[in-house]
Design a protein around this ligand. Structure first.
Ligand SMILES: C[S@@+](CC[C@H](N)C(=O)[O-])C[C@H]1O[C@@H](n2cnc3c(N)ncnc32)[C@H](O)[C@@H]1O
Length: 321
């Protein structure tokens, strides 16, 4: 009876894997699910200040349990006062974050052959920019019909969209785990063996026009159709109150991942990408950059730690009135 039941369960697992939206083979060594806090949709905050033995300030750790989202949160009214990015056509503010961040690379939308050639000359770098669609873990079982396929002058243009990513992000616990890390709040751990270059998912949050003063969860992203252009306007993805698993990445001076602006089909995204091989059970860490460590100490504990002491804050001059 038990054997019968087990084989039925195995059959179900096999059937699930044949589905193009399933997640490929199982990890070689499974870390079993433990109950953890990140299934809650309630926003809570906890704060901890770590003080050195001599009383000096060592680190400040703040942890917010965010509302779990599976696509960028966007409220059009917040963009009413923001200026329209160059090359952006249509009603302002746009009705979705995708519209706001869209990369207008479809050559067939660019009029005559001559206009297309002019565009290629001007934006060659944009067209060559690699689509990350096929590197996403959510797509590991996808059939070739989802791969970049259209060619123009030898350059690939593709039909990928991030909708499949969003679907995959909803089931992130298959390959990631959020665990408490003493002194850091929480951290993101891998349940999968990743290869350098793999896309671990999208960095999701709320799309807002201005960077809030007190957030440690904000990444800049270009908006409007001019992908990769220096003049492109920027917005911010803030994952403090609304986010997905990617917002739990702590900083390490030997980081194994980056949050990078990328293209999937015609859509711009912030992607979490492995820059080294990542083993099962390893913590996934990014580099917050030196600005973040102004007045803060890094707790990564790596031998080559770049910020073992808090970087001195520039003195602030207060003028007497
Ligand atoms: C983007 S969040 C990372 C997720 C966070 N640990 C949490 O539980 O929500 C950034 C916060 O993590 C903590 N943190 C991450 N890396 C750190 C490091 N290397 N040293 C000190 N604090 C760090 C800091 O409290 C920082 O404000």
């Amino acid at each position: 009876m038990t054997a019968l039941r087990r084989s039925k369960r195995e059959r179900i697992v096999k059937t699930a894997r044949l589905d193009p939206y399933s997640y490929g083979p199982r990890p070689s060594r499974l870390i079993y699910h433990r109950p953890h806090f990140y299934s809650s949709v309630k926003t809570t905050e906890s704060e901890a200040v770590i003080i050195n033995n001599n009383g000096s300030f060592a680190a400040y750790s703040r942890s917010v349990t965010p509302n779990v989202i599976t696509s960028l949160k966007y409220e059009a009214w917040k963009w009413t006062g923001a200026s329209r990015p160059a090359g952006f056509h249509g009603p302002w503010p746009p009705s979705s974050a995708t519209e706001l961040m869209n990369v207008d690379i479809k050559l067939e939308n660019l009029g005559t052959k001559r206009e297309q050639n002019d565009f290629l000359k001007k934006h060659g770098d944009l067209i060559k920019d690699e689509c990350l669609g096929k590197y996403c873990w959510q797509q590991s079982n996808f059939s070739s019909e989802f791969y970049c396929q259209r060619e123009y002058d030898g350059t690939a243009i593709c039909d990928h969209t991030i909708s499949e990513w969003k679907e995959g992000c909803a089931d992130w616990q298959v390959r990631f785990e959020v665990r408490p890390v003493p002194g850091f709040g929480y951290g993101l751990y891998s349940k999968w063996k990743w290869t350098k270059g793999d896309i671990l998912g999208a960095y999701l949050g709320e799309m807002i026009p201005e960077k809030p003063e007190n957030t440690d969860y904000c990444h800049e992203v270009k908006i409007g159709p001019m992908f990769g252009k220096t003049k492109a306007m920027v917005g911010y993805v803030d994952a403090e109150k609304y986010g997905n698993y990617a917002r739990f990445c702590n900083h390490s001076c030997e980081n194994n991942a980056i949050v990078t602006e990328a293209r999937v089909g015609n859509e711009r995204i912030l992607a979490l990408r492995a820059i080294k091989h990542i083993a099962v059970g390893e913590q996934i860490c990014i580099d917050y950059g030196s600005d973040y460590f102004q007045g803060r100490q890094c707790l990564c504990g790596k031998q080559g730690c770049k910020y073992p002491k808090a970087i001195e804050l520039a003195p602030v001059t207060i003028e007497a009135s």
